[in-house]
Write a new protein. Structure first.
Length: 316
């Protein structure tokens, strides 16, 4: 009897492992199918029947390899409400497994605002424990943006305040119009930057400047943001109101032809390497370099150089 129970237990464990494997396959299949033939986010989602607060567009033809996440909550200035956050989580999961996407642009579909930060009306209805849990979800969301394998570019046309700036800080690159307004304004609301702002801002602009902006809750424009290194590029706004997006798109188009695995490994090496001492960073660089060595893209790059032609990288 003991032997039969042992075999039964082993069979159950094997069945559980089989089911887990099937579930993982289904998840990857679902992720791949969520992009329809037009390159847009599938309407089949947890928010079916409602107006989408997060839009996903994948470019085709000339700009193939570029995806856009667009914030679409105009009545609340793209504030970080529950539905908004859920849909953004969902969208990140889809992009994470789409190897055809080489660059992601994060922008607003609403003119004059990138993201106004927390939805304080929703937050006011939460208990203390619910608020703590929700902010932890926001923190994990920003980590999800930062951990996307491909480069991410935030196009800031208007206000990026509180959690909105924290979201932009989670991106690899930031482009803003000179009239944009940015700031971690939480201390003016009796709050504290709890979705990564207290950690990412000092890593971006230095400890002293970060403390000043957080302590005072001051808002700065795009030109000042550029002068302190908060954004990579600043541009004057155009008549159409999408100058930051156009500059971000140009950066994406410049990046797409590059070897995608090499770009991803560069991102890993920089992100992980800057968190440790330089000796450990060199070791991380060595690991990433080794992983890139056997790729077909590396062989293609060498062959193209010898043959004096532009390389055609396939991401393998």
């Amino acid at each position: 009897c003991r032997e039969r129970r042992k075999r039964a237990g082993g069979d159950q464990q094997g069945d559980a492992m089989f089911r887990l494997g099937r579930a993982a396959i289904c998840l990857r299949t679902f992720s791949a199918k969520c992009l329809n033939s037009a390159g847009n986010f599938s309407r089949r989602s947890m928010t079916t029947g409602k107006k989408k607060e997060i839009l996903l567009q994948v470019h085709e033809e000339a700009n193939c390899g570029i995806a856009e996440i667009q914030f679409n909550r105009p009545h609340a200035k793209n504030s970080l409400g529950k539905v908004f956050v859920d849909e953004l989580y969902e969208t990140l999961d889809i992009l994470r497994y789409n190897e055809k996407v080489r660059v992601v642009i994060i922008k607003s579909h609403v003119k004059g605002v990138f993201c106004a930060g927390a939805d304080l009306k929703e937050r006011a209805q939460m208990t203390n424990s619910q608020a703590v849990h929700f902010v932890q979800r926001l923190r994990n969301l920003m980590d999800g943006v930062a951990s996307l394998p491909m480069p991410t570019i935030a196009a800031i046309e208007g206000y990026a305040l509180g959690g909105g700036l924290e979201l932009a800080l989670a991106c690899d690159l930031r482009v803003a119009v000179s009239s944009a307004k940015m700031g971690l304004i939480e201390t003016t609301r009796g709050l504290f930057p709890g979705a990564g702002g207290s950690q990412r801002l000092p890593r971006c602009i230095g400890v002293g400047r970060a403390k000043e902006l957080i302590f005072t809750g001051r808002q700065i424009d795009g030109q000042e943001a550029y002068s302190i290194g908060l954004v990579n590029h600043v541009v004057p706004q155009n008549e159409k109101g999408d100058a930051a997006y156009q500059r971000a798109l140009a950066l994406a188009e410049e990046t797409v032809p590059r070897a995608p695995i090499a770009v991803k490994m560069s991102k890993v090496a920089i992100n992980r390497g800057t968190e440790v001492d330089i000796a450990s960073g060199m070791a991380i660089e060595g690991i990433c370099y080794t992983l890139n060595i056997p790729t077909k893209d590396r062989q293609e790059g060498m062959a193209a150089f010898i043959e004096k032609r532009p390389p055609k990288f396939i991401g393998e």
